[in-house]
Ligand binder design. Structure first.
Ligand code: SF4
Length: 191
């Protein structure tokens, strides 16, 4: 994982290398049972060099905490593209295609039992262009012989708080699955 990190931090395979301040490798336990996949770093992430540190990230941390999960122990967090698209636009298909091999290598090395796909872009590039987040959220999918569950991106919850109720139901499913597959004694105060 360390040599992969060294390679990724030097990557210039797409045009996003021109405008980034940091390549966001990802963060968490490299042996975690859960891999969280987001879309792309935003402004705060690009400045700080860490994934999900802005308002979306703070909300994600709250949701994880309610499930009894921490970044340090239970999850690894990565993105479809590892450099910030200017103005936080959605990554282009070319950028995603250039960057996805890094994510696939991370998946292979981390070997997670559960993948959480945060939002439409993660779902599109991990499952296929026909998948819709509004239709698939909360459904378990088989992607590359692993269990994956799409959920709304925290940024969508900030824009539309009415999505929080469905999202909490989805994360409860993730806690139940974590107990079933990884640790039957997993403690969560709320689930
Ligand atoms: S977004 Fe990915 S492919 Fe493009 S330069 Fe950054 S690390 Fe490389």
């Amino acid at each position: 994982m360390e040599s992969l990190k060294t390679e990724i931090l030097q990557c210039k395979k797409c045009g996003l290398a021109e405008t980034r301040h940091h390549v966001i490798f990802g963060e968490g336990n490299t042996h975690a049972g859960i891999l969280i996949i987001g879309e792309a770093p935003g402004r705060d992430e690009d400045i700080q060099g860490r994934p999900f540190v802005g308002k979306s990230g703070q909300l994600l941390d709250k949701i994880l905490a309610a499930c009894g999960f921490t970044r340090e122990e239970h999850v690894f967090i990565s993105n479809i593209v590892k450099c910030r698209p200017p103005d936080n636009r959605v990554p282009t298909p070319l950028e995603a295609a250039a960057c996805m091999p890094w994510l696939l290598k991370q998946i292979e090395l981390i070997n997670p039992k559960i993948m959480i796909l945060l939002g439409a872009t993660a779902l599109k590039y991990m499952a296929g262009p026909d998948y819709r987040i509004t239709r698939e959220r909360g459904n378990w999918l088989n992607i590359q012989n692993r269990l994956a569950i799409p959920v709304y991106h925290p940024a969508a919850l900030l824009r539309d708080p009415s999505l929080k109720r469905d999202t909490w139901e989805d994360f409860k499913k993730i806690v139940f699955k974590y107990r079933e597959l990884i640790n039957p004694d997993h403690y969560s105060k709320h689930v």
